[in-house]
Design a protein around this ligand. Structure first.
Ligand SMILES: [Zn+2]
Length: 601
């Protein structure tokens, strides 16, 4: 493994650090643009009350509005990424704070734009949207009209906006209790010692090969949450009521309908995901059974689900080799795609190694529209590191092609499609590696295990979460109380359904919903499952059909936010309003289960 943890940022070779000078050559240039955007945001007030004056004024206002945001994103991107390279650097902390403040000012100063436009006759907006001079803004204008039905009077909107801060209170209470105040004490570390159980150490412990260690961590974690169960139920119930309040204030029938509205995702997509997953629970059970045999257990408890089934295979790949591997695996996407990948590396779009103070994890930032996307990662040369890099490169290429193809106002793609490009890359890399290691049974098993775990945690688990939040909101909408008892019973029931066929569903799992922060951002996690399934279906088509599927996919990468996400996916032959893509993905899951079973036999 490459050891980099102790280094300070200036000890890292230039070629492994991103080049933010592509955005601003110096901080002085940033300062100049900052002043310019501040002046623009103040000058934008000249349009207030004038949008009824006609076409020229509206066009001028839209040009000014999007031009200002484009520059704002440059300012913010430069400041936040500079900061993330070393979060302890006060210069960039200050820049980031100032950029964030300017952003808020800009939003507040331009908040009149949408309501004033919406006050115009509908036909006027439709005429503008069809006018070639407004070509960059047609999606924005149509989207405004679509939202009109759920937009309230200016006075009511002000009241709703003012209530947001207060409504966020329960989620703040949750964060403070779960992340700051709660303590879990020490547990066995699996190597003869003790370790403090934290959210971070739990991850390693639940994956421990030592069964007593993972059991102890599981029981302590779930047990501690359970001892605050009434508080968690009260805070979650408060959050669900918040969702119901905003949904009904805006005239939606249900909280779920309100949550799916911005992405234009029909509710049947959500239901059909759940139905398809239920139909494939027997496949999940076969995976649990494989796991039982691999780990040589009598039965699989909830704390046995994360331990690796295969030991003794990993990559140990320096960055250059890992990158070359990704280039080869993604070669199927076309020579010009690979050319852009090479540029990403050669032109230093990527911040590769860990250093003191650098943000952990990995992300791709495609928000600096007229420069290029950037990637932050913490590469250590393992199989996981290479997959993470391939994943982030998927986001980066999606942003690159969307930014290149679409005008700024239509370049940003929806979350609903955001994980497609990243997962396609992961699947292509996995299949490539399986071919490379054709004659190495240990590698085959480790790669299958990697894929099956992705499926279990991204598709099955996130769908189970989606089902939990759907049921909880439906209970509240039917006037049922959300209590510790009712929520735990419901969550336990879901685990029985998903894992009960071959696993032992421990009583304590009933508390697990309490530790899922995503439940405070309702109806979001289903997108992980649908994106993953769509991506697997796309990758299958690319591998099976070749050129026509690649061409369609390449066009998809350039669509940005120019179409509703469901329609964008249809251009690559994926219709998420039918169960077929989820079915296709789950067939791939089951084929992999079969292959792994054959290896085990
Ligand atoms: Zn991602």
């Amino acid at each position: 493994m490459e050891q980099t943890a102790a280094r300070t940022r200036d000890q890292i070779e230039e070629r492994f650090k991103w080049n933010l000078k592509d955005i601003y050559a110096t901080n002085a240039d940033w300062e100049r643009d900052f002043e310019a955007v501040r002046a623009q945001s103040e000058a934008f007030a000249r349009f207030a009350g004038r949008l009824g004056e006609g076409r020229e004024v509206v066009l001028e206002a839209l040009n000014a509005y999007f031009g200002m945001y484009l520059r704002m994103m440059r300012l913010y991107g430069y400041a936040s990424m500079s900061c993330n390279g070393d979060n302890g650097d006060p210069t960039y902390q200050a820049l980031q704070d100032r950029a964030a403040t300017l952003y808020v000012k800009l939003s507040a100063g331009s908040a009149f734009l949408s309501p004033e436009l919406l006050a115009l006759p509908e036909q006027t907006l439709l005429d503008y949207a069809a006018d070639p001079a407004f070509a960059d803004y047609d999606v924005f204008l149509k989207e405004l009209l679509r939202q009109k039905e759920h937009t309230l009077s200016a006075e009511m909107e002000r009241l709703l906006a003012a209530s947001q801060d207060m409504a966020g209170g329960v989620s703040n209470v949750y964060d403070m209790l779960a992340d700051v105040d709660m303590r879990f004490g020490d547990v066995p570390d699996g190597r003869g010692g003790q370790i403090e159980l934290t959210h971070a150490s739990y991850r390693g412990l639940i994956e421990s090969r030592d069964r007593e260690a993972r059991k102890a961590a599981f029981e302590r974690m779930m047990g501690t949450y359970g001892s605050y169960g009434n508080t968690f139920a009260a805070s979650y119930a408060g959050n669900v009521k918040k969702d119901l309040f905003y949904a009904s204030a805006r005239g939606f029938k249900t909280a779920r309908a309100a949550a799916l509205f911005p992405d234009e995702v029909p509710e049947r997509v959500y239901d059909s995901l759940i139905e398809a997953i239920h139909a494939h629970v027997p496949g999940l059970a076969r995976y649990v059974e494989l796991r039982r045999k691999a780990l040589k257990l009598d039965d699989v408890h909830m704390y046995d689900l994360y331990a690796p089934m295969v030991e003794g295979f990993d990559l140990d790949m320096p960055y250059d080799e890992g990158f070359a591997l990704i280039e080869k695996a993604l070669g199927v996407l076309g020579e010009d795609y690979v050319q852009v990948l090479r540029r990403a590396k050669a032109e230093r779009w990527i911040d590769v190694y860990e250093n003191r103070g650098k943000t952990s994890g990995a992300y791709s930032n495609g928000s600096v529209y007229d420069v290029h996307p950037y990637i932050l990662t913490n590469y250590v040369g393992t199989l996981d590191s290479v997959f993470t890099l391939a994943h982030e490169l998927g986001h980066t290429m999606h942003s690159y092609y969307s930014n290149e193809t679409q005008p700024f106002a239509k370049s940003d793609y929806a979350i609903f499609v955001a994980e497609v490009a990243s997962t396609v890359n992961e699947v292509l890399l996995l299949e490539y590696l399986r071919e490379q290691y054709r004659d190495d049974p240990k590698a085959q098993a480790a790669l299958c295990n990697h894929l099956l775990e992705n499926f279990r945690t991204t598709v099955f688990r996130q769908t189970m979460f989606a089902e939990f939040e759907h049921k909880a909101h439906a209970m509240a909408e039917a006037g049922e109380a959300l209590t510790r008892e009712s929520l735990c019973a419901m969550y336990k029931g879901l685990n029985d359904l998903y894992y009960g066929q071959k696993g032992v569903v421990d009583e304590l799992i009933a508390n697990e919903w309490m530790r899922i922060p995503h439940f405070y951002n309702a109806f979001y996690v289903y997108k992980y499952a649908t994106s993953f399934c769509a991506a697997v279906a796309v990758a299958r088509r690319i591998r099976e059909e070749g050129a026509p599927a690649v061409e369609a996919y390449r066009r998809f990468l350039g669509l940005g936010g120019s179409m509703p996400p469901i329609e964008e996916l249809k251009t690559v032959g994926i219709d998420m309003s039918t169960p077929e893509p989820v079915e296709s993905a789950l067939r791939y899951f089951e084929e992999t289960v079969d292959q792994m079973a054959a290896m085990q036999a």
